[in-house]
Design a protein around this ligand. Structure first.
Ligand code: CAA
Length: 260
């Protein structure tokens, strides 16, 4: 991945891969990690190129905020310096353009690893959706989550609506999005939007502890179990029981010595 690291830095991302743990840092703190299409494409690039050995992906933000969402200069005539011109909704291919941005978020659900968002300060709009795209969220007690898009005349379109509804339920998701109100860390924990809330100074330590615990289980079993759990909501009990049997058989067969 080293040849593309310079490109990642240019689009406001840092990537560190240490053995089985990849850490992605949104690193535009002077703009509160405001996000651009180049950054979203960079995230997709990271997802596509992660080594097979990676078991945990941590997504964090540098500075006081996790992410202030889309770089609002995108909506100005001047745009963001260095960013390519983006198609307008009036042009053909606009949905394809959004699909390319969504690719930066979708890969975080991959069965290969567990993704963990470490959220301090604001996670707004596209930033909140990035945290929602991770499997787990650890929040600092100063975290403030907001789905701001409807207040700006937009819908949330960076893959955050499904995890939001899955986690908080439809009525609460409607209330949160259509009021665009801010949810603090304590309420986020009550709603299931945080697995853990810790004092801000302890966020990195708490995430490191969680990562260590995630790495303590068998790698192949962890991957197969995440796959199983991810499909449970869409299955009947009978279908899920069948999936459990198949997964167990495949896992144990994969561990048999060659030749049985
Ligand atoms: N885009 C561009 N620049 C931003 C930014 C953003 N989203 N958020 C913050 N910045 C810049 C500020 O302009 C400021 O720059 P200067 O120092 O040059 O003035 C710098 O970052 C620091 O910002 P603040 O002084 O405001 O920092 P703060 O800590 O007091 O407040 C904040 C932080 C609450 C996040 C506040 O900056 C804020 O409300 N930002 C805007 C959030 C927003 O509305 N985002 C859009 C979400 S909707 C979305 O994301 C849509 C989508 O998916 C398509």
């Amino acid at each position: 991945m080293s040849s593309s690291l310079a490109d990642l830095t240019a689009c406001g991302l840092d990537l560190a891969v240490e053995d089985t743990v990849a850490t992605i840092t949104l690193s535009r703190p002077e703009r509160r990690n405001a996000m651009t299409p180049a950054m979203w494409h960079g995230l997709a690039q990271v997802g596509a190129a992660l080594p097979e050995r990676v078991r945990v992906v941590v997504v964090r933000g540098a500075g006081p905020s996790f992410s202030a969402g889309i770089d609002l200069r995108m909506f100005s005539a001047e745009g963001v310096p260095g960013e390519q011109r983006q198609p307008s909704a009036a042009e053909p291919g606009f949905e394809d353009f959004i699909a390319g941005l969504q690719a930066g978020y979708l890969w975080l659900r991959d069965d290969r690893f567990v993704s963990v968002a470490a959220v301090q300060g604001h996670a707004i709009g596209a930033g909140f959706q990035l945290a929602l795209s991770c499997d787990l969220r650890v929040l600092a007690d100063d975290a403030r989550l907001c789905m701001k898009e409807p207040a700006l005349g937009l819908v949330p379109d960076l893959t955050g609506t499904k995890p939001l509804v899955d986690i908080v339920g439809l009525p609460r998701a409607i209330e949160l999005c259509l009021t665009a109100r801010t949810v603090g860390a304590a309420e986020a924990a009550e709603l299931g939007l945080a697995e853990l809330v810790v004092p801000a100074a302890e966020l990195d330590h708490a995430v490191a502890d969680l990562v260590a615990a995630l790495l303590s289980t068998d790698a192949a079993a962890a991957r197969a179990t995440k796959r199983l759990l991810s499909q449970a909501a869409g299955n009947t009990v009978a279908q899920q029981a069948a999936a459990e049997r198949a997964a167990q058989a495949a896992l144990l067969r994969s561990k048999l010595p060659a030749g049985g």
